[in-house]
Design a protein around this ligand. Structure first.
Ligand code: TXA
Ligand code: MG
Length: 319
């Protein structure tokens, strides 16, 4: 069921149930982080492997400090971006179960910037584990209806906060052994903004397929139709015998094989493109096309995160 009742959502969460919640990035599938059964239920509903750890969400730094052992100064500077689309890896105390971190010593934490969810969190005396509310490996949801379509039969409540503003998951950062900020996942906070706070260019870990360094699986966000990225005109020539769905950045393309097409931002605005990205992928996937063709966007600001998601959505797809 979809609704806007935060007290109903809070009651379900207090009983150990899972509830989909809105954030400014994507919808999350939330459960009580201090209740192992609720945490296990998140993995089951998402069909998510246990080696992939969960982000813990709450609404104040004081609450965060109650379940970590220290908050290094270098990372605290970045916490000034909360509430907002940044997730910080911090050393966990034993209040955080190993299930949440997949056995790692650091827990990923964030304060999301969505009025409904902040109000919900302020009514709870426990934090919420929340991965994106999609079946593992599939396209992330940016509306309550996306969640309903993907997980509606498995969860009892979806808290409807409208369309997610940012539209792309949070940027994940950690402190490396040299005490420097490193980006584990590009996301809603652009790398340039992090660099201007730290005073240096953070390293970006592109992806990993090692289960002991989870988080960045190469293939993710995948539609069920094969998605290919590259130069649009070349791809249109290569696949002109197929029914094509096309994702362009700011200008529609005319071609006889294109049966459906979405423009991410007619004005060429990267923030608007990010807001629309996952909705567009959901729609393209629901078309009758045999293949989705997409182009990269300019690789600056949030464009880096858009290109990252497109690359992962296109990974491992053979045609
Ligand atoms: O914007 C977001 O971050 C959204 C909303 C719901 O907050 N959440 C989200 O969660 O994207 P999820 O689970 O779909 O992606 C979280 C990523 C995963 O790739 C996971 O492996 C990584 O964060 N992660 C979580 N905890 C970690 C940890 N302790 N160490 C390393 N990576 C971690
Ligand atoms: Mg996800």
């Amino acid at each position: 069921m979809i609704g806007k009742d935060i007290f109903h959502a809070a009651n379900l969460l207090k009983q150990g149930d899972v509830v989909a919640i809105p954030t400014e990035t994507v919808y999350g599938l939330a459960g009580n982080a201090f209740n192992t059964d609720a945490v296990l239920k998140i993995f089951t509903v998402k069909n998510r492997p246990h080696f992939n750890p969960l982000i813990v969400h709450t609404n104040t730094i004081e609450k965060i400090e109650s379940f970590i052992t220290s908050f290094p100064q270098e990372l605290k500077k970045l916490a000034s971006l909360w509430p907002g689309p940044i997730t910080i890896l911090l050393p966990k105390s034993n209040k955080i179960h190993d299930l949440i971190t997949a056995g790692a010593a650091h827990v990923a934490v964030r304060i999301p910037n969505h009025p409904l969810t902040l109000e919900l969190l302020s009514n709870l005396d426990f934090p919420l584990c929340a991965p994106s509310a999609n079946p593992f490996g599939y396209i992330s949801p940016t509306t309550a209806v996306h969640v309903e379509k993907q997980l509606g039969d498995k969860i009892s409540y979806i808290l409807d906060g409208g369309q997610c503003d940012v539209g792309i998951e949070s940027t994940i950062i950690k402190l490396n052994i040299n005490n420097k900020i490193e980006i584990l996942r590009t996301g809603g906070i652009p790398t340039e903004q992090i660099a201007s706070i730290t005073g240096y260019q953070p390293e970006i870990e592109v992806y990993s397929e090692r289960p002991d360094a989870p988080g960045m699986l190469k293939s993710h966000y995948s539609p069920s139709i094969p998605l290919i990225i590259g130069d649009i005109n070349t791809l249109l020539e290569n696949y002109n015998t197929k029914k094509i769905a096309l994702l362009n950045f700011n200008k529609p393309v005319q071609h006889a094989s294109v049966i459906f097409q979405i423009t991410l931002s007619p004005k060429g605005n990267l923030n608007e493109a990010a807001t629309n990205l996952f909705s567009a992928l959901h729609e393209l996937d629901a078309s009758n096309a045999e293949i989705i063709i997409a182009t990269r966007v300019p690789d600056i600001g949030i464009g880096k995160a858009i290109n990252d998601r497109l690359m992962r959505a296109a990974a491992n797809k053979h045609f």
